[in-house]
Design a protein around this ligand. Sequence first.
Ligand SMILES: NC(=O)c1ccc[n+]([C@@H]2O[C@H](COP(=O)([O-])OP(=O)(O)OC[C@H]3O[C@@H](n4cnc5c(N)ncnc54)[C@H](O)[C@@H]3O)[C@@H](O)[C@H]2O)c1
Ligand SMILES: [Zn+2]
Length: 343
Amino acid sequence: MQIIEIQTATGKHSKIFTGEDFTDFQNHLPAQNVVIIIDENIFDLYRDFFKKFQCIKIQATENNKTLKTVENIILKLIELQADRSTFIVGVGGGITCDIAGFTASVYMRGLPFGFISTSLLSQTDASIGGKNGVNCCSLKNMIGTFNQPEFVICDINMLDTLPEKEFICGMSEIIKIALIKDAVMFDFIEIKTAMILKRDKKILQELITKSIRHKVEIVGCDEFDKGERRILNFGHTLAHAIEPNDGSPHGFAVSIGIMFAAKISQHFGFISTVDVMRIKNLLSAFGLPVRTDIDDEILFKTLISDKKRNDGGINFILLNKIGEATEKNIEIDVFKTLISTFK
Ligand SMILES: NC(=O)c1ccc[n+]([C@@H]2O[C@H](COP(=O)([O-])OP(=O)(O)OC[C@H]3O[C@@H](n4cnc5c(N)ncnc54)[C@H](O)[C@@H]3O)[C@@H](O)[C@H]2O)c1
Ligand SMILES: [Zn+2]
């Protein structure tokens, strides 16, 4: 087991355990009284273990990541007489962790919480860093909090039950972190693609731990998303416009967004054609999509209602080179043309 710690400027201390058995989660509970908010799919898969706890089951879909779901959970928490002494544990992928973290942050002005993170995408990204949010009017993560969980447990064995499509979605966030932070990691993923697809545990453990360490480093410098943390949005500007329009899973939309951002990085002279090809080949090797058929106008309209618009332009994350990101403000009109050309 490895422990990666996040110490934030606000004094919050969060521990991420990789290689930990999820059934040991009670060792990390600071309180007796626990309520588990759990993805119903995970509950069904691991019923024998979770049935002995007070569980609130949720349907982990993007359409369900709403204030209505939060309200329903809150009604159940009231029924269970959850109070300030209650500890909330979110069990599931990114959707469940987002919903559970947000609900715990607002119920009675905030209860302590932790996560058992069950998907590759949430173990490497979504459950790490203290952003918890829900969607609103089909806009992604419009309502949310910055609040660190007390702990995150990443049990690699839980990935055995993860459907293939969800597994490769997780790979898209892992490739993202390599592209913005770690050229050696990018090479490693290229070399080990076949082993990764076979879910080789040693290699996966290494990738998960590396991804977490990079994210923790970024979050440690910028807990509230004012500067450095924005590089994590690499690939996400377009992704957030794709998801509500064709219902693509997050990882698929991010893959298309990565490809789009890579082509724009080349367009502005930052990276080479060879780099763009390497990125395309790697995403494709994992079966990830690299382009979208959504109408340009529809994409653009959704994109400009998203929250990363600034100074009359779009703050867009590009690659300086593989392993290093940079931010550029792109004028709205220019951006519109880029969408038509490179989406
Ligand atoms: N808060 C953040 O910083 C942050 C960062 C990245 C992504 N996100 C959010 O994360 C969400 C995507 O996360 P996700 O891909 O984990 O989605 P998810 O929670 O929907 O999980 C994907 C699917 O896999 C299933 N699943 C999860 N773990 C499983 C397991 N061990 N075995 C079998 N099935 C399993 C789930 O039931 C679900 O059907 C998006 O809503 C995105 O906005 C948040
Ligand atoms: Zn993401």
